[in-house]
Design a protein around this ligand. Sequence first.
Ligand code: NDP
Length: 395
Amino acid sequence: MNPPAQSPSSPPAPKNVVLLGSTGSIGTSTLKVVADMPDRLRLVGLAAGRNADQLALQARQCRPLALSIADPAQAQALQDQLGPGIPVYSGPQGLVRLATLPEADIVLVAIVGTAGLEPALAAIRAGKDLAIASKEILVMAGEIVMAEARRHGTRILAVDSEHSAIFQCLDGKPGQSVRRLWLTASGGPFRTIPRSEFRGITPERALRHPSWTMGPKITIDSATLFNKGLEMIEARWLFDIDIDRVQVVVHPQSIVHSLVEFIDGSILAQLSTPDMCLPIQYALTYPDRVGSHRVQTPLPALGTLTFEEPDPDRFPALNLARQAARIAGTAPAVLNAANEIAVAAFSARQLRFDQISDLVADAIGAHSPVSSPSLEEILAADQWARQFARQYRPA
Ligand code: NDP
């Protein structure tokens, strides 16, 4: 889209944002960020899965140019309710229509699961910048997504707080100047619990995260540390770095969001009170830093910040993610899909907490990986892993 001509003194026109997953945890935080700075950001498209009531409320509040919802019947009901002024699309095609809206400058994908991949690629091909919260996109198809972004000259901006922190610390420094990336992990609610107790962990306990309020899938992934494993693979692609130079350190206070260790031994970190509004704002307003009082970090009140090694015996997810990233090709898609089904089975009390990683390990072991896969081969591996996981019977 060509921006309107401006005189040197006039403020920039607001960036037009499409938000996929507007009713979720990241989605609702994004609405707050946009409401904070109406002169900088404008929501032009909103998409949700099933929560039609909340989407209708958001549409009345933001007056976007178009909406999308997963189910066509809900889309029709929403269209009747809102009138013809705002077209309501549905299904996977609806997400692609929103992601390619001619008016959109940037598309933020915050859909849980794999439904964000196709619209993300469509946005890149339509020349939109892409802000990625849905780590599944880069875990499954990082090679393809980053190659498409290079081809179309679009930016990929991290919304995950860890990757936003690394992006801010790198600040354009070349890859050769980096020794290692350090992703911080809170350690989740079971950081100090012995493995012998893992068998009895309930979904309710796993959903009580000590420092972040997030959607249910990522909260359980934070308890198993699969979230950190997925983030390792996400970092490998976002920053074009070998997986063995991506490390994890446990930092229970969740104040240091991640660190970059440079080749001269210097380590830069980004700190703040944990609040997703900050990385969301940075991704949407990049390359500018825009004033906001929403996140305050009273350093003296924080007291001590601590760091410790993750325990690979109690949390096998980190080594499984590293293994999948080293195998590469379709292996990370299998890790992601098998974990998603395992989390759903655990939430439905059909699988124990400690069996989530057993299932994922067995899926990776049983998979015949395809190297440099096409999108179709990635999606086939995803389906294979889901099938494997659904038929899984724990030893
Ligand atoms: P939530 O479960 O809170 O929200 C998920 C969102 O996805 C909802 O808006 C849901 O709609 C929507 N959705 C689900 N399926 C579809 C579909 N088929 N079409 C359109 N929309 C759909 O998740 P989070 O916000 O926590 O996480 C979203 C993504 O961001 C995940 O990939 C997560 O890993 C990542 N992330 C989250 C962080 C957080 O702090 N929460 C931090 C960093 C990354 P509905 O509710 O209407 O069904």
